[in-house]
Design a protein around this ligand. Sequence first.
Ligand code: FES
Length: 184
Amino acid sequence: MAGCADDKEAGAQVEQREVDFRTLDDVIFTRFDGDTENLIMILQDITAECNYLPRGALIYVAEKLKVPLSEIFGAATFYKAFSLTPRGKYIVNVCLGTACHVRGAEKVKESLEQRLNIYEGETTEDLKFTLDTVRCVGCCALGPVVTVNEKAHGGLDRAKALKVIEKYEKEASQTDSSMERGMS
Ligand code: FES
């Protein structure tokens, strides 16, 4: 996440991030020509860099684009894809569309809430997982479906859903340990 300088403390509830203004300049001016017409794409790219929209970044965008901050916040809060609070490395969406619902999606959701110790819309303290729901991701025949970031996992029940989470936990800890090795 090049756009956010992370200052992580294990177990900290909220990760302190400082906005990297050079990256914001790159997003605003190099990628999108400082054009207010590209505001949504600018916010998408900042989200891709930081996993959410830090307040400092929104203030910076407002200044640079010479757009009222209220307008920036309006766009940032209108779309579900944007978040003003830190989100997890893995965004877990449980599909609660009709086809998934009739096959037990609610139970899958409950088991994930218990496993991750969070409710819908929340993020784990270690910032690994955010749990959310969606209405149909377009692969109804595979229901119940859970997506993790862009990847869909189908045919889930409680146990299979937990296995999916375990897989990503393992992946996250492997990434963490290889980063630690790289820093030592
Ligand atoms: S209802 Fe879940 S994928 Fe369509």
